[in-house]
Design a protein around this ligand. Structure first.
Ligand code: PLP
Length: 397
């Protein structure tokens, strides 16, 4: 049997995630400090874990309603109304998913016909372009740049629009750049979405981790609730990556279309995770704020150190990623990461893992302890100093 003949063409042409290969190497290096992982270093707050344990003790081991526990959908509805603005009916406008990952996938599959186009910001979360391809859509990246701190520039979307565009896929605060979007820019983008009759998929998974200004959801702007799917989850703000639970809120007809796929491919999110999520929304806010304050301290430290050592770095306004430039050291971002890992045992991710617009940058996650960040910063500084010395010697020859 020739495997070549049995893997679907659109799957064959998908690239493997660059991050995965890199971290296979890191996992073999016990002394390495990893600033590469996109997940909180905090363990899920105890009361949330306990809610899951209690549910297990009570024998809650069944499937749930395909849409998720009604108790959770009600909590989601009131949390979203207070944190993001719009009100959603827990019966018909909320769907509990297996993380935001599933929600992105089923939203795209529910909307796209083959060849439909999706506009999205780049650099971006690694799954966006592959998810569009898997839904037989066409991914149209719209670049952001370091001069504007990788923030949203609505004109870039207006320029990139072309016939066949059906979806605007947004992510604020942004992985990997920490960019955010202010109300004025979002209003302009909302106007564009209405004019071009686009559906907006808004991935706001880092919303609680906003350090400057308030988080504004595009779903709360006039005329947007009826054309927006708001995606959020528990992985980042609540430090619950392993629970695999997220949700989508949107107009009934879109949630219903996503539900059709969800019920056949997932059935429902795990019940123990849903019980934990109820507790997170009821009583977890203070824990989230405490974690956020710690991320902010770490951010201020690592961004200052990067700039002092010559790795130009804008201040990420949200998420837990710094995205410094490595352009002045004569190495491309991939070589920079490999040599840094080999020579100083610190792992950061090449910016191009997040699309071509990440060229010349690396992503360093500050979701690691302050002490480890200090040690990592010292090692990175040693490395960039050695690069500068190499460059001086090369010029002298
Ligand atoms: N969206 C973004 C922007 C992310 O960075 C991630 C994870 O890194 C996800 C979605 C996936 O989240 P989840 O764990 O809820 O599937």
């Amino acid at each position: 049997m020739n495997p070549e003949n049995y893997v679907a063409e659109h799957v064959k042409s998908l690239p493997r995630s660059g991050i995965r290969d890199f971290f296979a190497i890191v996992s073999e290096m016990p002394q390495a400090i990893s600033l590469g992982i996109g997940e909180p270093d905090f363990v899920t707050p105890w009361k949330i874990r306990e809610a899951s344990i209690f549910a297990l003790e009570k024998g809650k081991t069944s499937y749930t309603d395909n849409r998720g526990l009604l108790s959770l959908r009600k909590e989601i509805s009131s949390y979203v109304a207070s944190f993001f603005g719009p009100e959603y009916d827990p019966q018909s406008e909320v769907l509990v998913t297996v993380g935001v990952s599933e929600a992105i996938d089923i939203a795209l599959r529910a909307i796209l016909n083959p060849g439909d186009k999706v506009l999205y910001l780049e650099p971006c979360y690694v799954s966006y372009a592959p998810s569009v391809s898997l839904a037989h859509g066409v991914a149209i990246p719209v670049g952001t740049d370091s001069e504007h701190s990788f923030s949203l520039e609505p004109e870039s979307f207006e320029k990139a629009w072309q016939p066949g565009c059906k979806v605007l896929l947004l992510n604020f605060p942004t992985n990997p750049t920490g960019g955010t979007a202010d109300r004025i820019k979002l209003e302009r983008l909302a106007k564009f979405a209405v004019e071009k009759d686009l559906i907006v998929i808004s991935d706001e998974i880092y919303a609680e981790l906003t350090y400057e200004g308030e988080h504004v959801s595009i779903a709360q702007l006039p005329g947007m609730k009826e054309r927006t799917i708001l995606l959020h989850g528990f992985s980042k703000g609540f430090a619950m990556t392993g629970f695999r639970v997220g949700f989508a809120c949107g107009p009934e007809w879109l949630i219903e279309a996503m539900m059709k796929i969800h019920q056949y491919c997932m059935m429902c999110a795990p019940i123990l995770s849903q019980e934990a999520a109820v507790e997170a929304l009821k009583n977890g806010t203070e824990d989230v704020l405490e974690m956020r304050d710690q991320y902010q301290n770490r951010r201020d430290f690592i961004v200052r150190r990067f700039n002092e050592m010559g790795l130009g770095c804008h201040v990420p306004r949200g998420s837990f990623y710094a995205f410094p430039s490595v352009k002045s050291f004569g190495l491309n971002e991939v070589d920079f990461c490999h040599r840094l890992l080999r020579e100083q045992e610190v792992a950061v991710v090449p910016g191009t893992a997040f699309g071509t617009h990440g060229e010349g940058h690396v992503r360093a996650s500050f979701s690691t302890s302050y002490e480890k960040l200090v040690e990592a910063a010292d090692r990175i500084e040693c490395f960039v100093n050695s690069l500068s010395e190499e460059n001086v010697s090369a010029q002298a020859v």
